[in-house]
Design a protein around this ligand. Sequence first.
Ligand code: ADP
Ligand code: MG
Length: 659
Amino acid sequence: MEGERKTITALFADIKSSMELIENLDPEEARSIIDPALRVMMEATRRYGGHVMQSTGDGIFATFGAPLAHEEHPQRALHAALTMQEELNRYSDGLRAEGRKPVQARVGINTGEVVVRSLVTDAAHAEYTPIGHSIGLAARMQALAPIGSVAVTDQTKKLCDGYFNFKPLGAARISGVSEPVDVYELTGLGPMRTHFQLSAERGLSKFVGRQSEIEQLRRSLELAKAGHGQIVAVLGEAGVGKSRLFHEFKAVARSECMVLETLSLAHGKASAYLPVIELLRNYFGIALEDDKRQLREKRIAKLLAVDSGRVFSRGRRKAREKVTDKVLALERTLDASLPYLFTLLGIQDSTDPLAQMDLSVKKGRTLEAIKRILLRESLNQPLIVIFEDLHWMDSETQALLNLLAESIANAHIVMLVNYRPEYRHEWGNKGYYTQLRLDPLGADSAGEMLEALLDDGGELVSLRRLIIEKTEGNPFFIEELVKALFEQGALRRNGNLKLTQSLAEIKIPPTVQAVLASRIDRLGSNEKDLLQTLAVVGRKFALSLIRRIIDSSEVEVDRFLAVLQGGEFIYEQPAFPDVGFIFKHALTQEVAYNSVLIERRKILHERIANGIESLHESQLDEHFDELAYHYSRSDNASKAVQYLQLASEQALARSPKIL
Ligand SMILES: Nc1ncnc2c1ncn2[C@@H]1O[C@H](COP(=O)(O)OP(=O)(O)O)[C@@H](O)[C@H]1O
Ligand SMILES: [Mg+2]
């Protein structure tokens, strides 16, 4: 790979006055203090899927979203930063106890577009480096961060509002940037964890379509109420409306049954049982307030300098009481499951009876205990158990899901799960399993949704049509695009709604860009290279042209294209006598095009134009427009002028003559 353009989140972490810290220390002793701190930084980075680009003697530079794109790279970076600071605090507590100075760090973060290149340094090594102004800005944030904290730019904050809390640090002048940059300090986790929660908080758009899906869910619930347990899996691409469908169904079903729900997070795969713990917390009613109380107690204990274990244990004891009461009220004979629940929820007594137990035995019994509780509860009332986003699920949660799937055939339980098309599971052949494929909204539904979003009294009909065309009815893309239109100032509400820029100038919203870029990055490098080249050719392309401009053999090209078709990036289109293809999403093409370096784009445009010329030598006149388009985006100015002229003469000749 020669390089590409990417939107990433860059993180710089640096140990504060490391020189002072190791003053008068033997170099080896100094390393023994600094190295664990560096390890903390690197581990936190890796845990959230980041990449350590560089490690200097007393800090690191890490990227999230490169080499591999992640759809929530800014959140990952912030999670990693919080983890770093927490772990460093813990490490420093230990140092203090030994009578040493604490190790404190500053962390700076910024999100923006960069160019990444891999430089081959010698035969065995390639160095991968991102370059760009936005990286320098992250480094500046690090320098501006108060000691022990994390500073981020406005760009990063905007993408993380709701998921995290911030405090403004004021505007800072930064060399090379004309306007002062707003700087924010990251103060902790916010109340939201998923995009859907965020939309619900902002106010959901009017619910459209999906009547048959709601009907299907209803039927499954009726069956479950009659004692025929059901599994319904809703699958669909990111943003198509999986969470919304469950949300709407829950609202109508809640009065007739108990709803228990949980979800997996993109960066949660590394933590076992997280969704299961969440499910149990919901069930037992030990939600976030208890966590907050625990934190408060911990802080008070620290202030009073008393043994935090003792104060801390009060919160745990309360939670244990809650769990015990509920389980015993359900069924006295379930008391044997209590220790397993306590351990899983992290509220066990200091004398944990399971501490010595074999791990796999403990795991089996824990899952069995949860299953029995849910089955017992469903005798009191029908149960809807919701597991969202299985494609991100950890293997322990998966094990619980498999166990439940095996056991609910005769229970008053509906398991509702959702996931993206790439996820596979084993329950497909069960008689009580139903799969619902959620397609993007049809033009009518999408139109109805937009009508509600842009209450313009029908003036912006063409804009609506364009948005639907561009987003192809993906409701998440629709919402984000409309939001971007307002934010970028293209749409103004001045009494009436007015469009003040052409839609072509609107940048793809970063949230949408990230979703699509991370899909593209999951491709192998050959397929990704091909996709990028195809994006330069255009939304539609003919196989004969592709074969001419790609260096690989015909067999290889066919194989790569088959992968892209299988992943639903492109569709085959009848185009006689040639074989033609089209990008499934115009936005995917746009994201892929934008990722190609400008210098490479120029070369590709010229190569494509050459290909068209040689392929259609005898009917060049049918391709003047395309040739003009490609040459004018290449460095071949004379050909560009030539074909632009030919194309415009042709257009003139074809236009109806005015007598
Ligand atoms: N049928 C619909 N009508 C109106 N808005 C919808 C519909 N489906 C989804 N949305 C909105 O689109 C956004 C993305 O939907 P979501 O359910 O979060 O997608 P998914 O869970 O498939 O990633 C949400 O803000 C949601 O409210
Ligand atoms: Mg969802």
